[in-house]
Design a protein around this ligand. Sequence first.
Ligand SMILES: C[S@@+](CC[C@H](N)C(=O)[O-])C[C@H]1O[C@@H](n2cnc3c(N)ncnc32)[C@H](O)[C@@H]1O
Length: 312
Amino acid sequence: MRCIFEISLEQPEIAKEELKRCLGSRIIRTEGQMVLATCGNKDFARLAYTNRAFEALFSCRNDELEKAIQEYDWQSIYRDDFSVRKARRHGEWLSEEQIASMIWKKLKAPKVKLKGSRTQIVFFFGRRAYCGRLLWENKKEFLMRKAHLRPRLHPSSMHPRLAKACVNLSGVRSGSIIDPFCGSGGILIEAGLMGINITGSDIDSKMIERCRINLLHYGLTNHVLNKASAKEIFGNYDAIVTDLPYGRNTKAIQRKDMKIFFKRSYVCAPVAIVMVASGTHTKELLGKWKVEKRFTYYLHKSLSKTILVLKR
Ligand SMILES: C[S@@+](CC[C@H](N)C(=O)[O-])C[C@H]1O[C@@H](n2cnc3c(N)ncnc32)[C@H](O)[C@@H]1O
């Protein structure tokens, strides 16, 4: 099936990579916020940086839109009631009302419902016009899990949207991950809620306690937590997903210890998603790990982070 994804412009590159790794999508075309792609599965709820997903109905030249609307079999996708929206309102194309009236005439017993209709039809305009039927909308429940809303907060905790995306970048669907710098559990919470087996460790026993309380708060009773240095990472996992300590709010890690961590982690998992402060010289740290992708994430004026997608 071909889908249209409306991605968040906050992190467009991460959004596209999530589509590939989570849904097995092959991207056909990108125009601003709109991504036209194949869709291997419909696990849309996993996506962090996609706002809406649509079944792609048709695309046409902008100047042939009227003809394409006339020719499309609207009855075949119509359920109960419908609404028409243009994802971008400007442009000299047909108005929403004009399009809705054309579709109305093609339906047997049409009913318009402007909010929450079962058949939400959306038009995107770029070099071409694209039409899609809404399949899924990101309700952004992760916002309810922001660090300050958890029972044990810590300022260094990752934004849940980013944590969710990092888990998705690992490509793990239902296997196991470890976060060896787990802190108060930002990554583990998101992974656990996706049904992934979660293991966390941290050098600081207070952090482990915070993490335990946070995980239990979200009903994640099935977890393994250890007080340990990341230098001692062991075991077998489908991926490592972690955020290396930096700055004033956490115990920073020595460079020589980072090197040991990367060396030991290499035997524990085939994939690692590791966030480091941008500007960290990673070349001689990574050992045998291969950098498959890298993304920049802007945190604030004085701190950006690099997300490394590492492969064995
Ligand atoms: C950036 S925080 C992790 C935040 C976490 N990803 C979250 O979202 O809540 C880094 C954590 O690394 C821990 N840490 C520092 N040095 C460590 C080491 N050598 N081994 C394991 N943990 C370490 C700190 O105690 C801190 O909790």
